[in-house]
Write a protein that binds this ligand. Structure first.
Ligand code: IPD
Ligand code: CA
Length: 294
């Protein structure tokens, strides 16, 4: 039962999951159709932080569709935040949306792109839907009910030894030399402890789906956003995996950093190797740097 001050979701979560799946499939069709045609590309926070008219179209479609069904719900969407909306998570049911995860891939016509829709209630992530639109793989997760890909139950890797790990990461969109050096420094540290390999595919949400399927042992990144990992957090956890802060504590969705793995032992070993790369939090709340390891 929701305590005082907590918000209930008035609609059954099954209805929310169904609605998110329907709109993700619809959005996926739009993205597939637009993948190989010419796009109007603009930059946001850096020359490598891209947005197209399709990102905006899809985000508007998702928000308007879900608003009609759930008028009291709130939204945090990548492109709405880029347009100046606040990125603050409250206890209200809040949809956290990345209309196209892998926008840089999308701009180039590379087929590694996904729609990501998560739902938080009382600041707890309750469900996640990620649609890898070109592969037509639909990943879903609902807290306490498991994670699935096209209806098949997912189980993350049970590997605990970093020297037997295939690890995914992403470069983010910051190109400042110090941050870039840190990214490569972290890869070097993981290779020095004999990880089998490190791969970069260009979509943090799909990286996390690969952790959930057990295709890879782990994923980590500094500089991603809450909309890159909200839906995936439910899918990874429901597949038996763990989402951890890079400093070793519980995941903070607004912190712009994560280690995900099939086992806590694997996540812990990776977290211990990583040197922090500081990014401004999504919610703009100062002081997060204090918890970074020195
Ligand atoms: C980005 C992708 C990219 C990751 C960035 C994300 P976007 O999301 O997941 O792989 O490195 O940190 O923000 O811009 O394609 O939605
Ligand atoms: Ca995006």
């Amino acid at each position: 039962m929701a305590g005082s001050g907590e918000r209930r979701c008035q609609q059954p979560l099954d209805d929310c999951l169904h609605a998110a799946v329907q709109v993700a499939l619809e959005a996926g069709q739009i993205i597939r159709d637009a993948l190989t045609i010419e796009k109007r590309v603009q930059t946001k926070s850096s020359a490598a932080d891209l947005v197209t008219e399709t990102d905006e179209l899809v985000e508007n479609l998702i928000i308007s569709t879900l608003t009609k069904k759930f008028p009291s719900h709130r939204f945090i969407g990548e492109e709405s935040v880029a347009a100046g909306e606040k990125c603050i998570l409250t206890d209200d049911p809040t949809w956290i949306i990345d209309p196209i995860d892998g926008t840089c891939n999308f701009v180039h016509g590379a087929p590694v792109v996904a729609v990501s829709i998560g739902l938080s209630v009382n600041k707890e992530l309750e469900l996640g839907v990620i649609y890898s639109c070109v592969e037509r793989k639909l990943y879903t997760g609902r807290k306490g009910h498991g994670a699935f890909c096209n209806g098949q139950k997912l189980q993350a890797s049970k590997q605990t030894d970093i020297s037997k790990a295939l690890i995914l990461t992403e470069l983010g969109s910051i190109r400042e030399p110090v941050a870039v050096k840190m990214l490569f420094n972290n890869m070097e540290r993981l290779l020095k402890v004999q990880a089998h390999g490190i791969r970069i595919i260009g979509s943090a949400a799909l990286d996390l789906c690969h952790v959930a399927t057990g295709d890879v042992e782990a994923f980590y990144q500094f500089g991603l956003h809450c909309w890159d990992m909200a839906a995936a957090a439910v899918i990874v956890r429901e597949a038996g995996g763990i989402m951890m802060d890079t400093a070793g504590g519980p995941l903070d969705l607004m912190s712009r950093r994560v280690v995900a793995a099939g086992t806590p032992e694997m996540a812990g070993q990776i977290a211990r190797e990583l040197q922090p790369v500081a990014y401004e939090r999504d919610d703009g709340i100062e002081g997060a740097e204090d918890s970074l390891p020195q």
